[in-house]
Design a binder for this molecule. Sequence first.
Ligand SMILES: NC(=O)c1ccc[n+]([C@@H]2O[C@H](COP(=O)([O-])OP(=O)(O)OC[C@H]3O[C@@H](n4cnc5c(N)ncnc54)[C@H](OP(=O)(O)O)[C@@H]3O)[C@@H](O)[C@H]2O)c1
Length: 171
Amino acid sequence: MKITVYLAASANGKISNQRNVPDWLSKEYGQGFMAISQQTKAVIMGKTTYNILAPDYLPLKNEGALIVLTHDTSAKPAQSNVIFTSEKPQAIAAMLEHQGYSEAVIIGGTATVSEFMKARLVNELILVVEPVLFGAGLPLLKEVDHEIKMALVDVKKLNDHTVQLHYRLTT
Ligand SMILES: NC(=O)c1ccc[n+]([C@@H]2O[C@H](COP(=O)([O-])OP(=O)(O)OC[C@H]3O[C@@H](n4cnc5c(N)ncnc54)[C@H](OP(=O)(O)O)[C@@H]3O)[C@@H](O)[C@H]2O)c1
């Protein structure tokens, strides 16, 4: 199972601002978010991110799997392909593989990306760097106490101000 993290970040590595308003995201980030979700058909996110996206902005409609990490697994999902789970990352990856998925994308947020990084299950990171600096906000990772080395796969300029960095994790 290949697992990719796809995130937008400020130029100083924050994935949200203190206001928690996504008005700094480019349309190219949104297009990439839809494209990678359509490609993998398996999308993993935390409940906080789900609460921002549901019901109107979830990246898959009637196909694939939207896996949402939450302790409240009895909540009512917004659509039939949403799976609320409190399973560990290894079990989630195994479940997706069992269902026939060979790839998945993690779309946020910090807690969820960190869980999968801690479990060393992330193969690739695609970071869309937006032209902004946040003095406060959410970091990309928290409580991940090992260093992660990466190889640069690709750099793409998405518009006049936004760059996409594509990395493969090597450790
Ligand atoms: N820049 C970007 O690309 C991007 C993308 C997405 C989100 N974001 C930002 O990230 C923020 C959210 O990040 P976040 O770290 O606060 O939240 P998150 O990862 O989206 O969701 C956290 C929630 O997921 C559940 N969870 C996490 N780990 C779990 C585990 N091991 N077992 C069971 N449930 C688990 C818990 O839900 P329960 O409390 O329900 O148990 C937890 O409160 C958003 O506000 C948004 O601003 C940015």
